[in-house]
Each structure stands twice: as C-alpha cells, then as structure tokens.
Design a protein. Structure first.
Length: 317
C-alpha cells in the first residue's frame, strides 16, 4: 500500500441484545406485554438478530424469569433470528421447549473469574457443554458461544490472549463456531480490540466472530471502529444503552444500539436498520425502565437533524 487507505465494509450486521443484556441489570422489570412491545418495535426497525432473553435460574436473574412466557407469546417473523442466552443443558432444553432454534452458551475467558463464580476452569466448563451439542444436533438447534471478560476482568485486569484462545479452542472442538468476544466490564480499549480481533480472525478462520461492548468507560464506539478495521462484521448493542454494570453501580450499560447504527450510517456502512425506528424503540425502553437513556443520539439527535434545523433557521431569517 503506498497510501494509507482503509477499505470499509459495505455492510455490518447488528444484533439487538437489549431484551436480555439490557434488561437483566435493570431495577424496574418490564412486563411480558411491554417486552413484547419492545420486541415488535425491534423487529419493525429491521434488526435481523435478536437476543430475546435468558434461560437462567429465575432466582439468580429475576429480570429473565419470563423468557419462556415471552417466547411463547411472540410471533416469529421469517428471516429474523431469535436466540436466548443459556448457561447449560437445562437452559438449552428450556429454549427448545419455548420454540427457539438458537441458543448462546456462555463462559468467562478469565480463569480467576470462572473459578470464583463457577468453581471450574473455562476449558472444563466448555467441555461440559458436550451434552448441549448432542441435544442441539438431535433437535435441529444451532448453538453459539459467548466468551465474557475477553478483554478485562475485575480479578486479573487485562486478560491474556492465551486465556481467550483456550476458551475459543474448546468451543471450536465442540463444533461451535459462532463466537462472541464480550467486554463485560467495559475495560477494552481500541488498540487491544484491533490486536485481539486480527489475531483471532487469523488463528481461527472457521469462526464467525461477534463483538459485544459495554460503554462503561465510553470506549465502545471506538472499539467497534477498530474491530471493523480488524475484520469483525457482527456487533451487539442494547436499545437506550441499557444494562448498567454490576461491578460499577451507576455506570453506563451496553453500547446503545441507536448510537452504533447512527455511527455506521454516518460512515456509509449499511445495517439494514431504520435508525428513526431504532430511536423510537430506545425511547420506549427508557420509558419502561423509568430512567433516561444512555444514548448520545437520543439526546443530541442525528447529525442530519442538526443540518436541517440550521437550514430552516437560515430560511426564516
Ligand atoms: Zn454484556
């Protein structure tokens, strides 16, 4: 390359995780009817991959206790992927019973985090998912994997690449090749994301990568940009930036879907999502949880709105 040029992709796929990761840390839990309204609004905006909830123990995460009810009540639209987060075979079975064909298994890349929470290592935990793989194969379900604390962990700080690789390798061995690298604690920085992204894409070409950022320290959009430069094409986000952070009370949550979509469209990268409709969803979500959205574009409006306002003001002079 004689000039510094970057080839940006024409399209990036956006996955909405607000109904799961967004709501699971909220104090005010929307009703099933309200969740349905949110879901319908997400579908209407054009999002094609939606995480609708989690099949975890209702006592551990009461916000997700009605995921079964939500799945049974929702009308599936063709071409939209509906998935849920599951911790184990019980979760996979519940997802299947509720009519889902996709479930996401999760493990922490950090050994210290994994040992503290599950008294197991990441590799052993993923090996334990063999029963899930068997069940999924028999029942025509697709499994994906999420690797939390892929960048930073409250126990050890920066997570070494080898730890993430160990978790990835274990998933790949089981035949699970759609993997999400998650910055659960909002500790990832753009350079780290670029380095890990390029490394992983090179080391595991068979994997379909997703990246999942929290905006705890305002680095999420920058992280998405460098992840795109590294070659990642799938990103999660949550409407209204819901989610908070269990380790930092009062901190921002997931990166706001509407901020991601707005940025990508401004960059000339298609998402297939109607931004104005995504903003409506975010307003609805903020109303349901009873607090302001953690979203720049909801506060400031779109870039193009500002231009219009200026033109109008000038015309009125
Ligand atoms: Zn998350």
């Amino acid at each position: 390359m004689d000039k510094m040029t970057l080839a940006w992709p024409e399209k990036v796929t956006f996955c909405e995780v607000g109904l799961r990761d967004g709501l699971q840390n909220e104090k005010t839990i929307p009703s099933v009817e309200q969740k349905l309204e949110l879901l319908n609004s997400v579908v209407a905006s054009g999002v094609k991959i939606i995480e609708v909830g989690a099949f975890v123990h209702p006592k551990a995460v009461p916000q997700m206790a009605d995921t079964d009810a939500l799945c049974r009540a929702m009308k599936k639209v063709d071409g939209v992927e509906y998935r849920a987060l599951v911790p184990n075979i019980k979760g996979v079975q519940r997802a299947f019973d509720a009519g889902l064909t996709k479930a996401k298994l999760t493990v922490s890349a950090s050994e210290a985090h994994c040992l503290a929470n599950f008294n197991s290592t990441p590799v052993k935990m993923v090996e334990g998912f063999a029963d899930c793989v068997e069940f999924a194969a028999k029942n025509n379900m697709v499994l994906s994997g999420a690797i939390s604390t892929s960048f930073g962990c409250p126990f050890i700080g920066k997570v070494p690449v080898e730890m993430v690789e160990n978790a990835v390798r274990s998933f790949v061995k089981l035949g699970i090749t759609e993997l999400s690298l998650s910055d659960t604690t909002g500790m990832a920085n753009p350079r780290q994301v670029f380095d890990l992204g390029t490394h992983m894409i090179r080391a595991f070409p068979e994997v379909q990568w997703v990246m999942h950022f929290h905006n705890t320290r305002d680095m999420a959009l920058a992280n998405i940009v460098t992840a795109i430069q590294a070659g990642v094409r799938l990103f999660d986000g949550a409407f209204a930036g819901l989610g908070g952070c269990p380790f930092a009370p009062g901190a921002s949550g997931n990166v706001a879907s509407e901020d991601v979509i707005h940025m990508l469209h401004e960059m000339g990268i298609e998402t297939g999502v109607d931004l104005l409709k995504a903003m409506d969803t975010a307003r609805m979500a903020a109303r349901f949880v009873g607090h302001e959205a953690g979203s720049a574009v909801l506060k400031a409006g779109r870039c193009q709105d500002l231009v219009k306002e200026k033109a109008k003001a000038q015309n009125n002079k």
